[in-house]
Write a protein that binds this ligand. Structure first.
Ligand SMILES: [Zn+2]
Length: 378
């Protein structure tokens, strides 16, 4: 393949082994209806792929044409606009620019162009906002109302009530909560009748003298795997998650212990009682028993917001995304006077990042601060 023919969409070269629609096998040789349908589907899907690849080829530029700063600038500028013409988010632009840069880097490696043309253009991606917009931060009452709304949407929605509870009451990332396991949790409580303390409420059995029916929930804790996201670990086949999980407090290189308030202990106990946990011990599952996906919990969250918030609140950025619950948690803890070092530890990131991100969310409390400084000056 000579360089002038190579196009930026590397997979759509003219010599790719793609059959034209009329050369695809027909369904004539198939005898039953099911296989005819299968065959039609596969033919349609191949026709569609062919159309897509043809479009890609006609809509793509030969790589050599990108060896011009003016053209590269045009491409970079177009990365800043969404399909609907509105400006793209800064983080999206940065991600697309990185991909574009790497594609051209690959073209350099293939010796199609001499150097990466992006390096020759004076163009900077828009800054990604580092701090949280405090309008997204909900207060405890608003969060409680939203969680009630999720629950009221029905049994399927209620399977993620405790998931949202984890984001707020434990400040977890959605990816961490989606990967929460039964054995990560110490769900503590006490029997209000007989006074017995329990480390793990889900394992409580009635005794001879007491049914332990009136449970008072206490602070429990979660033991999470360090700061790195474990999302995706269940896709691996390196011995399976069971084995790894068996080493809870001993074998993991890095764990993060997060105390959880009685309200979250209650939510997690209710989840175990009403929905159970997966056969592998995972709390939250997707539609077909697989990992809980963003699209599933996002959908319930949207419905809950519509139900629980006023029209103007629903139109505002207030907890628009489930991730904003984690922001609300961080903001609550900092404003409650928990030292930033401890807040950062529980959230699983560094203090510098924490203060940069949440500086806007810390209420001034100017009078209190002034009093403190005044006292020190006196
Ligand atoms: Zn009891």
């Amino acid at each position: 393949m000579n360089s002038p023919m190579i196009r930026i969409s590397f997979s759509a070269r003219a010599s790719s082994p793609i059959a034209a629609p009329d050369s695809l096998p027909t369904a004539d040789s198939r005898s039953n209806a099911a296989s005819t349908i299968d065959s039609r589907r596969s033919r349609e899907s191949r026709n569609w792929s062919f159309a897509l690849l043809s479009w890609l080829e006609t809509a793509s530029l030969p790589v050599v044409e990108l060896d011009s700063p003016a053209m590269v600038r045009r491409v970079l500028d177009s990365l800043c606009v969404r399909l609907d013409g509105k400006p793209a988010a800064a983080s999206t632009v940065q991600r697309k620019r990185a991909t574009f840069y790497n594609v051209l880097g690959y073209a350099v490696e293939l010796e199609l162009i001499a150097s990466n043309p992006v390096d020759r253009v004076q163009w900077t991606a828009p800054e990604v906002a580092q701090s949280i917009d405090r309008r997204v931060v909900a207060n405890p009452t608003q969060v409680a109302t939203l969680l009630e709304a999720v629950k009221s949407l029905g049994k399927r929605a209620d399977k993620v009530t405790a998931f949202f509870g984890c984001l707020y009451y434990a400040g977890m990332r959605p990816s961490e909560a989606a990967d929460l396991w039964r054995e990560d949790c110490d769900l503590a409580g006490r029997c209000a009748d007989c006074g017995a303390d329990f480390d793990d409420l889900a394992a409580v059995k009635p005794s001879r003298s007491c049914e332990h029916e009136k449970i008072e929930y206490l602070w429990g804790r979660l033991v999470l795997a360090g700061t790195s996201s474990r999302a995706g670990s269940h896709w691996t086949d390196d011995g399976g998650p069971h084995e790894r999980r068996g080493l809870k407090h001993r074998g993991r290189a890095e764990t993060r212990m997060v105390p959880i308030p009685p309200r979250l202990v209650e939510l997690l106990c209710a989840h175990v009682e009403n929905h159970g946990v997966g056969p592998d011990g995972r709390f939250f599952r997707g539609l077909h028993g697989g990992p809980l996906s963003e699209s599933v919990y996002d959908r319930w969250w949207k419905l809950a917001r519509e139900k629980a918030l006023t029209e103007s609140q629903a139109a505002s950025p207030l907890v628009r995304r489930p991730y904003d619950l984690r922001h609300a948690a961080a903001s609550l803890w900092l404003n409650a006077g928990v030292p930033p070092t401890e807040v950062a530890r529980r959230l699983g990131h560094g203090v510098a990042v924490l203060l940069r991100v949440y500086a806007n969310c810390i209420d001034g409390g100017d009078d209190t601060m002034n009093d403190k400084i005044g006292d020190a000056l006196a």
